[in-house]
Every structure is written in structure tokens, then in C-alpha cells.
Design a binder for this molecule. Sequence first.
Ligand SMILES: *[C@@H]1O[C@H](CO)[C@@H](O)[C@H](O)[C@H]1NC(C)=O
Ligand SMILES: *[C@@H]1O[C@H](CO)[C@@H](O)[C@H](O)[C@H]1NC(C)=O
Ligand SMILES: *[C@@H]1O[C@H](CO)[C@@H](O)[C@H](O)[C@H]1NC(C)=O
Ligand SMILES: *[C@@H]1O[C@H](CO)[C@@H](O)[C@H](O)[C@H]1NC(C)=O
Ligand SMILES: *[C@@H]1O[C@H](CO)[C@@H](O)[C@H](O)[C@H]1NC(C)=O
Ligand SMILES: *[C@@H]1O[C@H](CO)[C@@H](O)[C@H](O)[C@H]1NC(C)=O
Ligand SMILES: *[C@@H]1O[C@H](CO)[C@@H](O)[C@H](O)[C@H]1NC(C)=O
Ligand SMILES: *[C@@H]1O[C@H](CO)[C@@H](O)[C@H](O)[C@H]1NC(C)=O
Length: 451
Amino acid sequence: MKTLQLSALVAGLSVLVSAEGVPKTPQIFAHPKEPKNFQPGRLNRPHGRVCKVTPDATDSGPAILAAAHKCNHGGTVFLPSGDFVIATALDLTFLDDVDFAIWGNITFKQDIDLWPTQAFQYSYQSASMFWRFGGKNVNIYGDGKGVIDGAGQFWWSAMAKNSSVMRPCLLGTDGLHHATISGLKMLNPPGWFNLISNSTDVLVSDMTMLVGSQLTGAPAKNTDGWDIYRSSNIVIQNSVIVNTDGKTNFQSMGLLRKVLIRADCVSFKPNSTQVVVQGLDCTGSHGISVGSLGQYQGETDLVEDLYIYNITMTNAGDFARIKVWPGVPPNVTGSTSGGGLGLVRNVTYENMHSVNNDHVISVSQCYYAKSQDACNQYPSKLVIEDILFKDFEGTTSKKYDPKIGDLTCSSPDVCHNIEVVNINVTPPSGKAAVFNCVNMQDSNLGNVTCA
Ligand SMILES: *[C@@H]1O[C@H](CO)[C@@H](O)[C@H](O)[C@H]1NC(C)=O
Ligand SMILES: *[C@@H]1O[C@H](CO)[C@@H](O)[C@H](O)[C@H]1NC(C)=O
Ligand SMILES: *[C@@H]1O[C@H](CO)[C@@H](O)[C@H](O)[C@H]1NC(C)=O
Ligand SMILES: *[C@@H]1O[C@H](CO)[C@@H](O)[C@H](O)[C@H]1NC(C)=O
Ligand SMILES: *[C@@H]1O[C@H](CO)[C@@H](O)[C@H](O)[C@H]1NC(C)=O
Ligand SMILES: *[C@@H]1O[C@H](CO)[C@@H](O)[C@H](O)[C@H]1NC(C)=O
Ligand SMILES: *[C@@H]1O[C@H](CO)[C@@H](O)[C@H](O)[C@H]1NC(C)=O
Ligand SMILES: *[C@@H]1O[C@H](CO)[C@@H](O)[C@H](O)[C@H]1NC(C)=O
């Protein structure tokens, strides 16, 4: 293979003239469902220039950034097998027609003081990113070889001592359009695995995401699989996500009690629209969740046109879930714990397989409410309508047996046309399954029994 060395320009980067032995864009398609006019990345593209980055266990950041500039507009950035440690935040939001072939193992420097000065920070839920991808016509793929390893235990242990430690998400998009992300193995993120924000027409497929904490005092926390925010025309499919549960002591908060930690498998945050999620196998999360919504007073959250299809969920708290913060008393302003407005409309959960989950369906408008009374007194004004839960089968855990779900709206005015059809789920006792139903007058609950 002919290689043109550009080491004089940037250490660790070489431009290959021959495409021999270089990965090709995987041919992946949204299947079986997709949003209307879905246009993810360009798949049948020639290699163009190939920028091969040499693994660097000190800081691969500058070489990756240089490769992205050099091979932008038609080329491929290639990270071959080997360990790449990133110690410089990477702003990759200028991309235009470029592939990232990740066959190596990417980690981020384990340093709690470094990242607050480096990471990209957002006000929404204090989100932050080690690196962010944006631009158009981008394919990011691991071909089943590439690993992004978050070394989560380091961060969870730090967090057990100081709950405010910044924990950037493992892969972030901000303004990414017409793109695919596939074939990557992601391990132990400090916080969320993936944040897809300000993005359109992104297909995510064939991912393996695993979490496991070795330490009982410092388990994983908030390791959501995907959070979708201000994005539309997104498909997430054919992937395996394992999120373990654990209990943690919040020493820094002076709390003696242990708190059960769970994360969402997929979470539709504010302004997620036209999203299809299909063919996932999730273990140990608290569900495929709309929300939480209505957290910020003065903001309007829209979540519309979601299709969640053919999901297997095992050992989770909830399965299909819609979670909304309560309202706030009239004299409160600037609340960041409820009081937001908005709309959840046209959401379908269909063909759902439940194995030992506490609840199969949970609609709640009292997320993090101080108490049920407080929530009833100042109910959420965020509307939930045209929701279909259809064809659920399997089992629940014994936790709420024989209850298998909650359908609870904070007032009769805000929930309309919630339909529950063909729920064939058996609690372990074998008793007839029941739901807790509140303010569901305007809905069609089929043959569901409300306790
Ligand atoms: C990735 O690299 C890190 C740091 O070199 C190492 O600790 C980790 O075991 C590697 N992970 C894999 C899956 O190779
Ligand atoms: C906890 O972490 C935050 C965020 O990095 C930092 O500002 C604060 O000083 C830390 N607190 C302690 C007690 O170390
Ligand atoms: C999304 O776009 C808005 C508006 O340009 C920007 O303020 C924000 O930082 C971007 N990213 C996120 C995660 O909101
Ligand atoms: C969501 O969309 C609505 C309507 O366009 C807008 O008013 C609101 O600011 C958006 N929220 C976010 C978080 O972007
Ligand atoms: C459901 O998803 C699984 C992968 O989790 C896949 O093997 C199966 O073919 C899918 N079934 C349908 C009906 O799409
Ligand atoms: C509801 O959402 C689905 C999935 O995105 C979409 O196919 C359908 O057209 C939407 N229905 C309406 C009435 O907007
Ligand atoms: C709002 O009014 C209630 C009842 O009068 C009072 O207890 C509370 O402190 C007030 N809250 C604020 C933020 O003013
Ligand atoms: C509801 O009806 C479906 C058939 O449509 C059936 O399979 C299921 O067992 C019924 N559930 C209950 C609780 O009666």
C-alpha cells in the first residue's frame, strides 16, 4: 500500500493514496419502519482520500481533528485497531461528506479536573460532551470492531464522593444531518451514552452498549442509551443495550439512604419528533421513555410522531413510559423542577415483549413530585394525546403484582385518546393483571382492568 506521510504537518496522521485494506461505508437501511422522507447519509460513496490516524495513548485529539479537516469533503477518517486516548475535546461540527471508520478503541482521559475546562457544555440538564459531531452527509461506523470505552467506573466512583462531578456523554451530535452511526461497541459511559441534539435524518443501527459496575458503593448512574433532543427524522434500531442497576450512597449530599439508580434505554427529550425506534433488546433500564418533559417553567416541550416497535425489555423498572413533571404553585417563577408546558402527541408503542419488568406501561405526570398531594394540587398542564399502546406480551416482576402499569394523568383536561389494546402480560402470581388508572375518562382502555 502506498502511503504519503504527512508527519511534517501533523504527528500521527498519514494520508493513504490506495484504498486497499481500508473500511467501506456499511450499507445499512432503516427497517422495517422509517419516518416519512427519511434521508440518512449517502451510502454508495467512493472512498476518496483516506486519513489514517496512528493510535496515541497520550492524546489522539489533535491528530483526529487534523484528519477530519484533511479528509473532509469526500474522504474517510480511519482509526485502525489500537488504543486512542482523547484528552482534548473535539469539535467536529464542520463535517461535510466524510466517513469515520473507527476500528480502534477510543477512551477519554480519566481526569475530573480536565473535562470541565474542555468539554462542550449545555444548560439543558447540565449535558456535556467529550466530542461532538455535526454537519452533513456523515457516516460513523465501527464494523463490529470499534470500541468507545468510557471507563465509567472512574467517574461513578468520583461521583459517589461529589455528585456534581461533570460526566460528559460518550458520543454527542449537535447539528448532524443526513448521517449514519453503526457497528460500534460502547462501554461504561460516565453519564449518558449518546445525546442526539439539533439533528435530522440520522440512522443509528447495530450498536452494542454495555454497562457494568464492579463497586457496590459506586454503581453506574444515568447511563441512558440514547437521549434525543431538538431532533427529528431519527431511527434507532437493531441494537443491544445492557444497563445494570445498583444502589449508591450520596455521601456528598449527606444522605444515608441508598438510592436505586436506573437509566432510560431510550429517552425522547423536548422536541423529539418523527422518531422510529425498532428491534432493540434492552436490559435493566427504566424504559423507553418520553420525557421527562415539563421540567422547565416557561418552556414548551413538543414530542410528536414517535413509533416504537418490536422491543424486548428485561428486568427494567418501566417499559413503555411517558413521564411529565408536575405543575407549580402560581407564585413560583423560574422553576427548573416542573411547571413547563407542551404536548405529547401521536406516540405508538407496538409489538412489545416484556420479561420481568416492574411495569409494562407507565404514564405519569408527577415525575419527581414532592408528594402526591402536592402534585394533585398543582397539576401539570402539559397535554398528552393520541397515544397507542398495542400488542404487549410477556411477564412482569413481582414488585407490584398484580398491577402491571400506571395510567395516571394529573387532571381530566390534559389527557385525550390514550388507547390500550391487546395487553397479554401476566404477573408472576398468575392473577388477572390490573392497572392504576386516574383521569382516563377521555380514553379507550380496551379490556384493561383498572384497579
Ligand atoms: C481500551 O483502552 C483502554 C485504555 O488503554 C483500556 O483500559 C481498555 O481495556 C480498552 N478496552 C478495550 C475493549 O480494548
Ligand atoms: C464537586 O465538583 C464540582 C464540579 O466539578 C466542583 O465545582 C466542586 O468544587 C466539587 N466539590 C468538592 C467538595 O470537591
Ligand atoms: C442546539 O442549537 C441551539 C440553537 O442554535 C443551541 O443554543 C444549542 O447549544 C444547541 N445544542 C443543544 C444540545 O441544545
Ligand atoms: C420546542 O419547539 C417549540 C415550538 O417550536 C419552541 O417554542 C420551543 O422553544 C422548543 N423547545 C426547545 C427546548 O427547543
Ligand atoms: C424484532 O427485532 C429483532 C431484533 O431484536 C429481530 O431479530 C426481529 O426480526 C424483529 N421482528 C420484527 C417483526 O421486526
Ligand atoms: C404519527 O406518527 C407516525 C410515526 O412517525 C407517522 O407515520 C404518522 O403519519 C403520524 N400520524 C399523524 C396523524 O400525524
Ligand atoms: C408561595 O405561596 C405559599 C403559600 O402562601 C408559600 O408557602 C410559599 O413560600 C410561596 N412561594 C414562593 C416561591 O413565594
Ligand atoms: C385482552 O384481549 C386480548 C385479545 O384481544 C387477550 O389476549 C388478553 O388476554 C385480554 N386481556 C385481559 C386482561 O383480559
